[in-house]
Design a protein around this ligand. Structure first.
Ligand code: C6P
Length: 443
């Protein structure tokens, strides 16, 4: 796929970030210059509880580079107005920035049908709810089947449960194996003439597993069903090319890829979007309104009711610009090398249980683990006193927890600005946990 550097990029106004100032660190297969990249992230340079911050909670949300902060501030300082409404200069500039951001993100994921296929939403959760409510409400009926997996985040489970309850559709599940992979050998058995849609995560937030989307897409298509991919942990950590993935819907969030919170996108094939009814009603999404009925705006606006998150879209495009400059394939390689190192170091603890595939090549930058001797919340609390930020809990993936017989795990998640020294600090912090709670039974 060609990704011309500036094609479709938001118009460069005085407030636009200076793209030449970002820190793309070398040729496509060169290792990242992490120290140079870190300089772009103001939030990383602070002490927490008397220690330099080691931010290892990137699957929850990522820190923002200066280019994104500048884009947000620049928009509000110079271009702020509502979009598509006014004919004055600021409204024109805001509309250009907002629609230019759409072009940039659509181009970045390689949307085959272009900008009309890219709907701005609040994030992955809203994107999936949009599909479940709109497509699901119009296309599912009693006895139809939706295939999910035990690996899904609640955002890719609960919307389907809601629509299944409304329509009488049935949910079926692909299970997990002991190493945190999908048991894809079950899929041909699960697919049948009643299957309407398969919804699967690109990358697991609880295990780190990267799923073979293309392989699943081919199988799903053979059975005449649709494939929705939850890309919350995919787009941020993995090169995304929609054409190559072969799915029908792809949902993702800005804040997971260094953009702002409250903005994300749904990509869907144009013919599906054209046939789907609106998700929400209000301003922006109509063509003509009469007393008892209305007609709808053309794509993509049919699915964007009300004043959108204009600055969020501008910030997300700036994040995509930054990530593209660094190179998503290099980011994934960097994360996998940190995961490899973390798996090696964590194996020093005899009572540790690590979830997910043992081969770092099958994962993105997530390492979930449990120690016999301490609860995940205690582990996260002690690490926090040493300035190491991780997440503990069920990670909104209770089916994963149930599958492995735990109620929670500790989770370290890496991104392009993390270092091996930070992995060492995680391991040192676990050493403190053991001095407090004892060595555990496996030791
Ligand atoms: N996972 C985590 O700490 P939103 O909140 O809409 O941006 O993304 C939801 C979501 C959907 N799918 C997956 C695979 C995800 O990881 C997430 C968000 C965060 O793991 C918050 S629970």
């Amino acid at each position: 796929m060609t990704r011309p550097e500036q094609a479709g990029a938001p118009p460069r106004t005085e407030s636009s970030p200076d793209r030449d100032a970002r820190s793309p660190a070398g040729p496509p297969d060169a290792p990242l210059d992490v120290q140079a990249l870190r300089r772009d992230f103001p939030a990383l340079h602070q002490d927490v509880n008397g220690h330099p911050l080691a931010y290892l909670d990137n699957a929850a949300t990522t820190q923002k580079p200066r280019a994104v902060l500048d884009a947000l501030m620049g928009f509000y300082e110079a271009d702020n107005a509502n979009v598509h409404r006014g004919i004055h200069e600021l409204s024109r500039r805001a509309t250009e920035a907002y629609e230019g951001a759409r072009d940039r993100v659509a181009e970045w994921i390689g949307a085959p049908g272009g900008r009309e296929e890219l709907i701005w939403t609040r994030g992955t959760t809203e994107s999936i709810n949009l599909v479940a409510a709109s497509w699901g409400g119009a296309n599912l009926s009693e006895g139809d089947e939706i295939v999910l997996t035990e690996m899904e985040h609640h955002s890719n489970l609960v919307p389907w449960q809601l629509v299944a309850q409304r329509t009488g559709a049935r949910l079926r599940y692909v299970e997990l194996d002991d190493d945190g992979r999908l048991r894809l050998e079950q899929l041909p058995e699960l697919l049948n003439a009643r299957t309407r849609l398969v919804a699967m995560t690109h990358v697991s937030n609880a295990l780190g597993t990267i799923n073979p989307v293309r392989e699943v897409a081919d199988l799903v298509r053979e059975h005449g069903a649709l494939l929705l991919v939850d890309g919350a942990q995919g787009a941020a950590h993995h090169p995304v090319d929609i054409g190559a993935l072969g799915c029908d819907f792809y949902a993702f969030s800005g804040h997971k890829l260094m953009g702002p919170t409250g903005i994300g996108a749904l990509w869907a094939r144009k013919e599906l979007l054209e046939a789907m009814p609106p998700y929400q009603g209000g301003g922006e999404m109509i063509r003509v309104v009469e007393r008892d009925a209305s007609t709808w705006a053309a794509l993509p606006h049919k699915f964007e009711a009300g004043t959108p998150n204009i600055a969020g879209a501008v910030g997300m495009a700036a994040a995509v610009e930054y990530l593209d400059g660094v190179g998503p394939a290099r980011v994934l390689r960097h994360e996998q090398s940190l995961v490899g190192y973390a798996l090696e170091r964590l194996a020093e603890f005899a009572d540790i249980r690590i979830f997910g595939p043992s081969d770092p090549g099958e994962r993105s930058g997530v390492v979930s683990f449990a120690l016999d001797s301490a609860h995940p919340h205690d582990i996260a609390t002690i690490l926090d006193t040493e300035g190491v930020a991780i997440r503990a809990g069920h990670h909104c993936a209770q089916l994963v927890m149930r599958r492995y017989g735990v109620s929670a795990t500790s989770r370290a998640s890496f991104y392009l600005y993390n270092t091996r020294e930070e992995v060492d600090r995680l391991v040192d912090g676990l050493g403190t946990v053991r001095t407090i709670f004892g060595p555990g039974e496996g030791s």
